[in-house]
Design a protein around this ligand. Structure first.
Ligand code: C5J
Length: 227
């Protein structure tokens, strides 16, 4: 529904209202090392099919978002080549014999410039779409994302990507504290652990939308046609 330039999307815990020109699509960490068979995620024993089911809905939403001429921002989790921004605690967490910065199946693991760190070809950023390289789970910490959003007049974020309970949830919480209204399409986010995905979404929309709203790309894409 479109009223006075505002679009209304069916969502939980209640409808989500936004002005398209003040809303960015923020795609979190759709990186080869997390999603592709043979990548770092799978090397750790994770089932990448749980994340790969988000690719098709993200392709559709991104295409509709681009066709509507709206702003798109991508993020990548990773570190400097010299690892000077890698907290020692993050390096040793998990006690894995192979960790961030080491040689992995697609180059050095989560190091900027390596092929495994880059965004999957299906959702590759286009010219004019900002890419935020983030050293942490949240997209705001130690990045210029907030400055970019402020300069571009963004008040609302549609947040997609992986993983639901880690980088998506952390980013939505950071955004919420900075005054952004976040909408998360459930089919466009995913986790290696289905139960964490489900609870991650519940946490966002609980208590009257304590961190934001949850909907589905099938609700968002048709609405963009009215923009
Ligand atoms: C993200 C992670 N992107 N699970 N990272 O969620 O470590």
């Amino acid at each position: 529904m479109s009223t006075n330039g505002h679009l209304t999307i069916e969502a939980e815990p209640y409808e989500y209202v936004f002005v398209p020109s003040e809303t960015a699509l923020l795609i979190i960490d759709m990186q080869r090392d997390f999603l592709e068979p043979g990548g770092f995620g799978e090397m750790l024993g994770n089932d990448v099919s749980q994340l790969r089911r988000t690719i098709e809905p993200n392709i559709r939403l991104l295409a509709a978002w681009r066709a509507a001429g709206l702003q798109v921002i991508h993020t990548r989790e990773g570190h400097r080549d010299d690892l000077m921004d890698l907290p020692p605690a993050k390096k040793i967490r998990g006690r894995s014999p192979t960790s961030i910065g080491d040689a992995g199946p697609m180059g050095r693991i989560l190091v900027r410039g390596q092929s495994g760190h880059d965004i999957i070809p299906e959702l590759y950023p286009r010219f004019g779409e900002s890419v935020i390289d983030k050293p942490g789970k949240g997209a705001f910490w130690s990045t210029d994302l907030h400055a970019i959003l402020q300069h571009r007049g963004i008040k609302n974020l549609v947040v997609t990507g992986v993983t639901t309970e880690v980088c998506v949830n952390t980013t939505v919480r950071e955004a919420n504290d900075r005054g952004y209204d976040c909408l998360v399409p459930s089919d466009c986010v995913g986790s290696y652990f289905p139960e964490f995905h489900e609870m991650g979404l519940k946490m966002i929309k609980a208590q009257g939308g304590i961190f934001g709203w949850v909907s589905h790309s099938d609700k968002i894409i048709p609405a963009l046609g009215h923009h």
